[in-house]
Ligand binder design. Structure first.
Ligand SMILES: Cc1cc2nc3c(=O)[nH]c(=O)nc-3n(C[C@H](O)[C@H](O)[C@H](O)COP(=O)(O)OP(=O)(O)OC[C@H]3O[C@@H](n4cnc5c(N)ncnc54)[C@H](O)[C@@H]3O)c2cc1C
Length: 507
């Protein structure tokens, strides 16, 4: 599909070292963090500057060739994969922090800057970059913008969208546009907000201006140990209902605790707990943080915590957090393959939904571990399996679909932070009708009329067409059923109201 002359022209722009055409080299980029999806790109190009990005995108526009922007490839929805007819545009060489401005508490970065490096650069000024995905030591800020990434501390500080002030974007035709205002409130509609979370469908972010926040002076980190998953879920609701907003409120279940404690990331979590909650409170005044921590501790104990431990120093706090942030890696040791789902439910539904997920896992005979941003109601059931066992992948797929349906029935939605990518295309028609999907596609076409940037992701094109023929009345009737079930929830959550189409992906 990509002829020799085009490869030669790409080489002229970025240099021979930065164009990868050999099969083994391309295979390095065939997956992201959700390794059940695989796509081999035609060519991998690694531009070294914004000008090189623009030149590459303009060249591809002339030839009508599709392309996919990619950061570190830690995404968990198959979003950064390119097909055999497309160029993969890897942005990790654009890794300069262009400006840290402590007086205005802003920074401007290139998209390939690794998330944690910005906080490291801002630390001497007493500042940090708040969104802290658990992958923050690897993922890029460009990828965070495209996914509207969250993280443990986004409960109090807000997800990526809250922190992005301005963007420079290279559109599919090579035009360069500026969105937002680095200096403050932007005029007009929130185009930065529109771009953040667009999953590489609207163009390539080449410069990103973000807010920085002061490093909190006072911090308390609590680890609460629960004998039952349900009571841990109820405790989450109770903390949120109290009006205290923790900086972070994370949950890990028994299976996840075992995986962490068996790994090099062992954090001293109680092995016999059905679940632990990791709760952090922070602020500027020690006394008020201490008072909030005492109130939270009392709530946790009132709701069944067997014990609540407070980290005595920064070292212990770091250890507790390392266990949480590396939990996904630790679970990777449980089995050859791992799929992680990402859904959001109302926090009050957490106990029911967690039980429903457990039942689904049992019914399919699968190992399911939960580690998630409980304070946001953002669930991540992880299924460990060995894809070489005949039929197992299909079971995992079916169980994942039922878990998603259970979250939707509970009044939730299909992604909190990992995006739709390839993986969740099949769920989109469960929450959006044909008209809405068509409108979303229309918005994308404003930026990219030929749909050449990251094609085949986010909006299921088939569903747009098919659903145009399905009466919206049918959709509304089903939504009404979901609403009724969600309102009358009491005997647990049932996902039988929704039929999830079998996965068309996963190849
Ligand atoms: C162990 C682990 C823990 C994780 N924890 C979290 C978490 O706590 N919270 C969370 O939100 N996510 C988490 N993730 C998911 C992932 O790290 C995030 O989605 C992250 O934002 C992806 O960044 P990336 O640089 O790896 O992007 P990639 O995976 O390379 O790309 C992701 C998407 O962004 C697009 N893209 C990348 N760069 C650009 C650009 N410059 N312009 C336009 N589009 C672009 C791609 O096309 C793709 O659609 C985790 C992943 C792992 C493996």
């Amino acid at each position: 599909m990509i002829d020799h002359a085009l490869v030669e022209a790409l080489t002229q722009i970025v240099g021979e070292r930065h164009v990868r055409t050999a099969g083994a080299e391309r295979a390095t980029y065939a997956k992201d963090g959700l390794t059940v999806h695989r796509r081999l790109p035609a060519v991998v190009v690694l531009p070294g500057s914004r000008d090189e990005v623009i030149a590459v995108v303009r060249l591809l526009a002339v030839h009508g060739v599709p392309f996919v922007p990619r950061g570190a490839g830690t995404g968990l929805s198959g979003g950064a994969l390119a097909d055999q007819d497309a160029v993969l545009l890897v942005l990790t060489r654009l890794n300069r922090i262009l400006k840290v401005d402590p007086r205005n508490r802003v920074a401007t970065v290139e998209p390939g800057v690794v998330n944690v490096k910005l906080s490291v650069a801002a630390a001497p000024h007493g500042l940090l970059y708040a969104p802290d995905p658990s992958s923050q030591s690897a993922c890029t800020i460009g990828g965070n913008v495209a996914e509207n990434a969250g993280g443990p501390h986004c409960l109090k500080y807000g997800v990526t969208a809250t922190h992005v002030l301005a963007l420079e974007v290279v559109l599919a035709d090579g035009q360069v546009i500026q969105l937002g205002s680095p200096g403050g409130e932007a005029w007009g509609p929130d185009l930065v907000g529109l771009f953040v979370g667009s999953e590489g469908n609207f163009g390539v972010a080449t410069r990103i201006t973000v807010r920085l926040l002061p490093v909190p002076r006072a911090v308390r980190t609590l680890l609460a140990d629960f004998p039952a998953l349900r009571t841990a879920g109820e405790a989450v609701s109770a903390v949120i209902a109290s009006g205290i907003v923790p900086a972070a409120l994370e949950m890990m279940d028994h299976s996840c605790i075992q995986a962490v404690e068996d790994s090099v990331y062992a954090a001293g979590y109680p092995r016999d707990a059905a679940a632990v909650l990791l709760v952090e409170l922070d602020g500027r005044v020690d006394d008020s943080v201490a008072a909030d921590a005492a109130s939270v501790e009392a709530i946790l104990k009132d709701h069944g915590a067997r014990s609540v431990r407070t980290a005595v120093d920064a070292r212990e706090r770091e250890r507790l957090w390392q266990g949480r942030k590396k939990a996904f890696g630790a679970m990777g040791r449980l089995s050859r393959d791992l799929v992680v789902q990402d859904a959001v439910v109302p926090r009050s539904s957490l106990p029911d939904v967690l039980e429903a997920i457990g039942r689904i896992g049992e019914r399919y005979g699968l190992t399911v571990s939960n580690v998630f941003h409980a304070g946001d109601g953002n669930l991540h059931p992880n299924i460990s399996f060995d894809g070489r066992i005949p039929g197992l992948r299909a079971r995992v797929d079916a169980a994942s679909g039922e878990m998603m349906a259970a979250c939707i029935v509970a009044g939730g939605t299909i992604t909190g932070e990992h995006g739709i990518g390839l993986d969740k295309l099949r769920y989109m028609p469960l929450i959006f009708d044909g008209d809405s999907l068509t409108a979303m596609r229309g918005v994308r076409r404003v930026f990219d009329p030929a749909e050449r940037v990251n094609p085949g992701k986010v909006v299921p094109v088939h569903a747009c067409r098919e659903w145009a023929g399905v009466r919206n009345a049918e959709f509304q009737a089903r939504n009404a059923e979901v609403g009724t079930r969600s309102a009358s929830r009491g005997d647990g959550v049932s996902s039988s109201a929704l039929r999830v189409p079998s996965s068309a992906v996963g190849s």
